[in-house]
Each structure stands twice: as structure tokens, then as C-alpha cells.
Design a protein around this ligand. Structure first.
Ligand code: NAI
Ligand code: MG
Length: 356
């Protein structure tokens, strides 16, 4: 029997509507070559939907998406709809509602891409940032009192549960076990944040004991940011709380070069709910509608999706095709110094994937 995967396809806004079709071309080529079926369900939920209906998605939106195995998302956000409205109306409900607690970003310098770091090559930059995506510093606990008076104050509580902390650490260690270096770095700040971060360190040490084959180290978040820039070659899998992971998951792809190629995954590792795969970039209103954006971040995200769905060889083949296109003089979009259109790049990668 053929393996079938049900994919919810949400292009969203702006260049999402240009990059997603290219990733579908590549997915189709991979499905043919590796002998699986993809059942696609298309959703046009976007800022346009919001303008027409007052909602980013229907009230039963999550129930509809729950029918799928994975979600492939373009980008969400468009001028005229406040970013917090579009974010909290679509992306955040999906991430939280489907308990996608692991936000994972490969930070890998690809051939032919210029890193802003001097004298670094592909051999130096190849690591993952794993961010806790549901609790930590981004909690709703807190409040404001004595508003508008001299006594006014605000508090914001961090929440680190044992379950929430252990499960993200475990995800990071399991990811490291699949990598040759088998190395996990923890982002901490236990010298300044004296309750939650020593707890994080304690759970990290406890988890490390269960993985004797994994090498570990930890750095305070401030110097860790400096090390990302000065010593990117020190890292393999870097795990952080919601806030520290947020910072590192933008810094990491930045040291690896163009925003147009960086992928990301929002994963529910237990697979109780669909996971979501999306490029790091947004809807790029400044270039949307011209069909000149780079589709590689979207295509690489689709490759991460296939790996999650158990089609590891297909996923690896797509990443290899991206590397071949970038190394050899394949078509490149403007952000990479080329002149090609979005569809030229998508078609070229799909052809490389199809080739035997
Ligand atoms: P952006 O990532 O959309 O654009 C930043 C800059 O990078 C722009 O100059 C853009 O032209 C360029 N760029 C981005 N992707 C590119 C690609 N694939 N190829 C070539 N160039 C590319 O970030 P910005 O401008 O801050 O946000 C625009 C909208 O996107 C906002 O509404 C924002 O909220 C939303 N956004 C959504 C995200 C998501 O859906 N997860 C993530 C980031 C932003
Ligand atoms: Mg961020």
C-alpha cells in the first residue's frame, strides 16, 4: 500500500502565495520519485480573510487543520491589519492549540551563500537552534496595579514547569543523537536570573545523565550570542527557553546568510497534533507580487516536513538539490545576486529532485 500523507496548505499573505506553489512542485517531484502520496487541502486564510470576515480563520479552523498530518505555511501578515491581530488570529492559535512546543531552526551555511562572518565556510556553520515554544518567559501571568499613579507597577512572571522543561531538553538531546557530533549546548542565565535558570540548569544536567553519548556544555545567553558570531563552529544543537531561543533563532539563521533560504519547524514531537513547517521570513510586502522572491526557505521547510513524516530520504534529497543548485550555476533570485524569478528556482530544484 502506498504511504499517504495529508497536508494542510496555507500560503497566507504576500510572498507566501509565491513561495508555497514552488514548494508544492518540489514535493510533487519527491512524491513521484520516492513513491508516496500527498493529499493536499488548500486554505486561503490570510489578512484578506480577516478583511472580509473579521477573522483570520473560521471558528472551527483548528478542527479543520487537525484532520491533516502536517501543515505547510507560507507567511502571515500584511499592511492594514495589525501584526498582533494576524499573528494571534492564526499562527499563535496553531502553535499553542497543537502544542507545537519545539521550534526548530537549522542554521547551515549553504554553498554559494555569503555569510556576514568573515572567513567562514560551509564547514564552520551547521547547527540547530531548538526553542521552547509554549511557556517560560512568554507567560500571561502578571499584571498592572495602581495604574496612572505614583505607585504604578507591573509584573510579568516566568513559568518553567518540569514537564515543559524536560520535554524540550529531551527533544534537543534526541536531535543531537541523530547528528555526527552529538553535542548539546544549553542557553542559560543562572548568574542573574536566580530561580528559573538554576532550575533549567538542574534539569539540563539531569537529562544529560540519560544521554551518556552526548557531549554537553552551557553558556550564559549574553556570551553565547557573542560565540555565535565569533565561534559558530562550536555548535551542533543549541537549546534555549522561549525568550533565549527566540533571540538565538533569529541570530542563528542570520549568521548562515540570506533570510530567503532559512527554514523552520514547529513540532509536536508526540504527534498528537499536526506539526507546522514555515520559512523564517515573513510576507515581504516590499517585493510581493513581483515573483522575484527566493522560494528556497519554503522548499527547505517542506523538506523538514517530509523528514518529520518519515520520508527522510526524500527530505535529504531536497536539501541536496538545493545545495546542488546553489553550488553550481543554477538560477538564483536577486537576494542571492542572480536575476531569476521565483518559479525558475522552484522548477530547477524540482527537476533536480526528479532526476535519478
Ligand atoms: P520579512 O521577512 O517579510 O521581510 C524582511 C526583508 O527581507 C524584506 O526586505 C524582504 O523583501 C526580504 N525578504 C524576506 N523574504 C524574502 C525572500 N524569500 N526572498 C527575498 N527577499 C526576502 O519581514 P518584515 O518586513 O519585518 O515583515 C513583513 C510582514 O511579515 C509583517 O506583517 C510581519 O508580521 C510578517 N512576518 C510573518 C512571519 C511569519 O509568518 N512567521 C515572520 C516574520 C514576519
Ligand atoms: Mg523572533
Amino acid at each position: 500500500m502506498t504511504r499517504t500523507h495529508r497536508i494542510a496548505v496555507l500560503p497566507g499573505d504576500g510572498i507566501g502565495k509565491e513561495t508555497v506553489p514552488e514548494s508544492l512542485k518540489v514535493l510533487d517531484a519527491a512524491a513521484r520519485r520516492f513513491g508516496f502520496d500527498l493529499t493536499l487541502t488548500h486554505y486561503d486564510w490570510s489578512c484578506e480573510t480577516y478583511r472580509q470576515t473579521g477573522r483570520m480563520m473560521p471558528a472551527d479552523g483548528l478542527d479543520q487543520l487537525a484532520q491533516s498530518d502536517s501543515i505547510l505555511l507560507g507567511a502571515v501578515g500584511w499592511p492594514g491589519v495589525a501584526d498582533h491581530v494576524s499573528l494571534w488570529g492564526l499562527l499563535i492559535p496553531i502553535r499553542r492549540g497543537f502544542d507545537q512546543y519545539a521550534n526548530v531552526r537549522p542554521c547551515k551555511l549553504m554553498p554559494g551563500v555569503r555569510t556576514p562572518l568573515a572567513d567562514r565556510t560551509e564547514a564552520d556553520i551547521d547547527f540547530y537552534v531548538v526553542r521552547e515554544n509554549t511557556e517560560g518567559e512568554y507567560s500571561a501571568v502578571g499584571g498592572r496595579m495602581f495604574e496612572g499613579t505614583d505607585r504604578e507597577f507591573v509584573t510579568q512572571q516566568s513559568v518553567f514547569t518540569r514537564q515543559g522543561t524536560d520535554r524540550i531538553l529531551k527533544y534537543a538531546f534526541n536531535l543531537a543523537m541523530t547528528r555526527p557530533k552529538k553535542h548539546v549546548t544549553s542557553a542559560t542565565k543562572s548568574n542573574g536570573i536566580i530561580h528559573t535558570m538554576p532550575y533549567w540548569d538542574e534539569r539540563f544536567a539531569a537529562m544529560a545523565q540519560q544521554y551518556p553519548d552526548v557531549r554537553t556544555d552551557q553558556y550564559h545567553i549574553d556570551i553565547l550570542c557573542a560565540h555565535f558570531v565569533q565561534h559558530p563552529d562550536w555548535f551542533d544543537v543549541v537549546v534555549g527557553s522561549n525568550l533565549f531561543g527566540d533571540i538565538l533563532s533569529d541570530l542563528g539563521p542570520a549568521v548562515a546568510g540570506s533570510i530567503g533560504i532559512a527554514p523552520s519547524a514547529n513540532i509536536n514531537p508526540e504527534r498528537r497534533f499536526p506539526s507546522m513547517f514555515e520559512p523564517v521570513h515573513g510576507s515581504a510586502p516590499d517585493i510581493a507580487g513581483k515573483f522575484i522572491c527566493n522560494p528556497i526557505g519554503q522548499i527547505w521547510s517542506a523538506a523538514l516536513m517530509l523528514e518529520h513524516l518519515g520520508e527522510a530520504e526524500a527530505g535529504r534529497t531536497i536539501v541536496a538539490a538545493i545545495e546542488t543548485l546553489l553550488r553550481e550555476s543554477g538560477p538564483k533570485t536577486r537576494d542571492m545576486g542572480g536575476q531569476a524569478g521565483t518559479a525558475d528556482v522552484g522548477t530547477a530544484i524540482a527537476e533536480l529532485v526528479a532526476a535519478r
